[in-house]
Design a protein around this ligand. Sequence first.
Ligand SMILES: O=C(CO)COP(=O)(O)O
Ligand SMILES: O=C[C@H](O)COP(=O)(O)O
Ligand SMILES: [Zn+2]
Ligand SMILES: [Zn+2]
Length: 355
Amino acid sequence: MGLSEVVPAGVLTGDSVMKLFSYAKEHHFAIPAFNVTSSSAINAVLEAARDAKSPVIIQISQGGAQFYAGKGLNNDGQAASILGAVAAAHHVRNVAKTYQVPVVLHSDHCAKKLEPWFVGMVEADEAYFKEHGQPLFSSHMLDFSEESKDHNIAACQKYLTRMAPMKIWLEMEIGITGGEEDGVDNTGVDNAALYTQPEDIWDIYRQLSSIAPHFSIAAAFGNVHGVYKPGNVRLHPELLAKHQAYVKDKLNTNDEHPVFLVFHGGSGSTKDEIKTAVKNGVVKMNIDTDTQYAYWEGILKFYKKNESRLQGLLDSEDKPNKKFYDPRVWLREAELSMKKRVQEAFNDLGSANTL
Ligand SMILES: O=C(CO)COP(=O)(O)O
Ligand SMILES: O=C[C@H](O)COP(=O)(O)O
Ligand SMILES: [Zn+2]
Ligand SMILES: [Zn+2]
C-alpha cells in the first residue's frame, strides 16, 4: 500500500500527521523539512515533491516568517513574524492540493525569548479550528533547549495540553544544536550539551506521552546549523539507537523505535550519517543551508551566463534586456536549482516514490 492510500494530498493535520510519521518509521524512511522564506521557495519545494512522488515538510522560522510578511513591518511583540507565518501557511494551504502531495506545515525553532511568536501561531490555529475543524498548521517546534530540562519539559507539557484538542504535533529539542539560529548563537556551547543522554529522552517521553502521542524529539547528536569545513562537525547518529533501546526497555514494548526523532542541521551531512539516523528512527530531517545555497547558485549561474545582458535596461546594441532581468526569469532559475537539491534530499532519506 502506497502512502497516497494512507494520507490525503494537501496539508495534513491531526491523525494524518501521526499516520504519515508512523508509516515513515515502519517503512524506514524519513521526510525532509525545508525552511522557506517566500512563496517562490514554497513552490519550488512543492514542485520537487510532486515530481519525486514524495511527501514533504515545509517549515518557517521566526526570521523567515518576518521576512515573508515583509522586513519593512514592525515586529514588536512578534507581530510581523506571526503575520508572516500565517500568510505562508495560507499560501501552502491554497496550492498544496494542486501539487497533489501530502504536506506537513510546520514552524521551526522557537526559543523562550520568541514565545509570543509561538502563542500567536497557536491562536491562529485555534481560530482556524473554530471555522474549519482543523488547525492552520500541522505542527510546531518549541525549542527551550537553552533552559533547564525541567523548564523545557514543563513548557512542552503546557503547550502540548493546549494543542491536544486540535491534535497539533509538537516537536521539542533537548541538548543543543550548535551553530546559529534566529540570533541564538550556539557556536561556543559546551560539547556535552551537543549530545543528549538516553535518560533525558525517557524523561521527556514519559512526561509528554501522558498528555498526547503527537510529539517528536530533536535530540542532539552533534548537530550544527550551517555547513562548515569537513571535520569540524562530529555527528554521532549511532547514539540515537541507545535512546530507542532505552525507551523500548522502559516501555517493555516490541516496538524497536518507540520515539519519533528529528535530525536538525541536515545540510552538509554525509549519506552514511543520514542513513544511520534514519535506521535509528529519525522521521524528519531539517535542511536549510544547502537549499539556501542552491537557490542562490541558480541566480549566480544565470548571472554568469548572461552577464552582458544584465548590466542595464538595454544591451550594447540597444536591444531591450527585459527577458533577462525580469524576476520571473532569474528567480525561476533559483527555483529549479533549489528543486534539484530538494530532490536529492528525498533520495537520501528514502521518501522519493513512496506516494
Ligand atoms: O536544522 C535546521 C533548521 O531547523 C536546518 O539546518 P541546516 O541549515 O544546517 O540544514
Ligand atoms: O534554525 C535554523 C534554520 O536554518 C532557520 O534559520 P533562520 O533562523 O536563519 O531562518
Ligand atoms: Zn535549538
Ligand atoms: Zn534546526
